[in-house]
Design a protein around this ligand. Structure first.
Ligand SMILES: [Zn+2]
Ligand SMILES: [Zn+2]
Length: 362
């Protein structure tokens, strides 16, 4: 039996249940979950905002240790430390061979076909084919990356979603250039990761935009050079004024609010790039003025999973953390048990935490 956090009814509190795992298939890996980060997408799934289904074992950000492997598994062996990837990447499909593995053709099928079992044999799907809020996970081998590192599991776990999504948006989607100006709208866990990515890329100025003073202050510790308070007036005008009337080179929207994406676009200099990183509601749309898009050659791009090629980039992020270039330790606000996930969701809604990390095995 495996203790796991299950969302049974969308919009209601989640509960801890005892589930079993199906027999190990030839490409399956049994992983002990050493740590799992609580991400906004878990909250969205439980609240019914995006990608919702119920019942479901929650959790899509995590790290663990391989316990057992199926007979055809080649990517890891028992005892390996692994970081879970919510976008499985096969390495050989149309997108994978073009270095666009975040769009791997195999990904959706794997993500949506995994489950744990109730006593009566009923299947409970696992979020993203993972379900990291559980003592153990049984996953396809394409859903993990083995890493050699002595970093604490709680730090490795965050590389599985929030850190890669944010750092990757700066490094691999936007390819932020040294000396550039960057604005980051929303300074939660992913926003702070964008800020760190921009800092690693050598940005000269990084503007942290957030309604909460505590988050703006925190952002300065992760590499922001300036804070913008939306209560002080139109954010686009503030950013344009702060950059000599020009506008910023890059603006990252990390909340998922359409109006904020428009503000990010309006904050750009000519030929600047706005990046949509935040997860919007499923039916969200935004109107963009076409004249500046065209005449000023502004760019608007989406960033999915930080455009990361996980087999290359997870180990790179691990090394950046080991060498002190990427601060993972300071992003962890709380360590909790499986039974504390509801409280962690409340703290997240209140903006009180950067990351709560679940330690399912204590
Ligand atoms: Zn996430
Ligand atoms: Zn692929």
């Amino acid at each position: 039996m495996v203790r796991a956090v299950v969302c049974n009814n969308i919009g209601e509190p989640v509960s801890v249940e005892n589930l079993s795992l199906p027999p190990l298939g030839p490409h399956d890996v049994l992983v002990r979950t050493d740590a799992a980060g609580v991400c906004h997408t878990d909250l969205s799934a439980a609240k019914g905002l995006t990608l919702s289904q119920a019942p479901i074992v929650l959790g899509h950000e995590g790290a663990g240790t391989v316990l057992e492997i199926g007979k055809n598994v080649t990517r890891c062996k028992p005892g390996d430390r692994v970081i879970m990837s919510w976008a499985p990447q096969c390495g050989v499909c149309y997108h994978c061979v073009r270095h666009e593995a975040q769009h791997c053709d195999e990904s959706w099928g794997i993500r949506s076909s995994r489950h744990a079992l109730r006593n009566d044999g009923a299947k409970v799907p696992t979020m993203a084919g993972l379900g990291t809020f559980a003592e153990m996970m049984q996953v396809n081998e394409l859903s993990l990356v083995a890493v050699k590192s002595e970093l604490p599991a709680e730090q490795l776990a965050m590389i599985g979603c929030g850190v890669t999504t944010g750092v990757g948006a700066a490094l691999w989607t936007a390819e932020v250039k040294p000396g550039s100006t960057v604005a980051v709208f929303g300074c939660g866990g992913v926003g702070l990761s964008v800020i760190q990515g921009a800092r690693i890329a050598g940005a000269m100025r990084i503007f942290a935009v957030d309604t909460l003073a505590s988050k703006r202050e925190l952002a300065m510790k992760f590499g922001a050079t300036d804070a913008i308070d939306p209560a002080q007036g139109d954010v686009a005008q503030q950013l344009i004024a702060a950059t000599g009337g020009r506008g910023v080179d890059y603006a990252f929207e990390v909340v998922g609010i359409p109006e904020l994406l428009l503000t990010a676009f309006n904050s750009l200099r000519k030929h600047g790039t706005a990046v949509a990183v935040g997860m919007p509601k499923a039916d969200a749309t935004v109107s963009i003025p076409i004249v500046p898009l065209f005449i000023q050659e502004k760019r608007l791009v989406g960033s999915f999973y930080g455009s990361a090629q996980v087999r290359e980039h997870f180990p790179l992020l691990v090394q950046l953390a080991e060498r002190g270039r990427l601060d993972l330790a300071s992003m962890i606000s709380k360590r909790i048990g499986l039974e504390d996930v509801n409280a962690a969701f409340d703290a997240m809604k209140a903006g009180e935490v950067v990351r709560s990390v679940v330690l399912p095995n204590g």
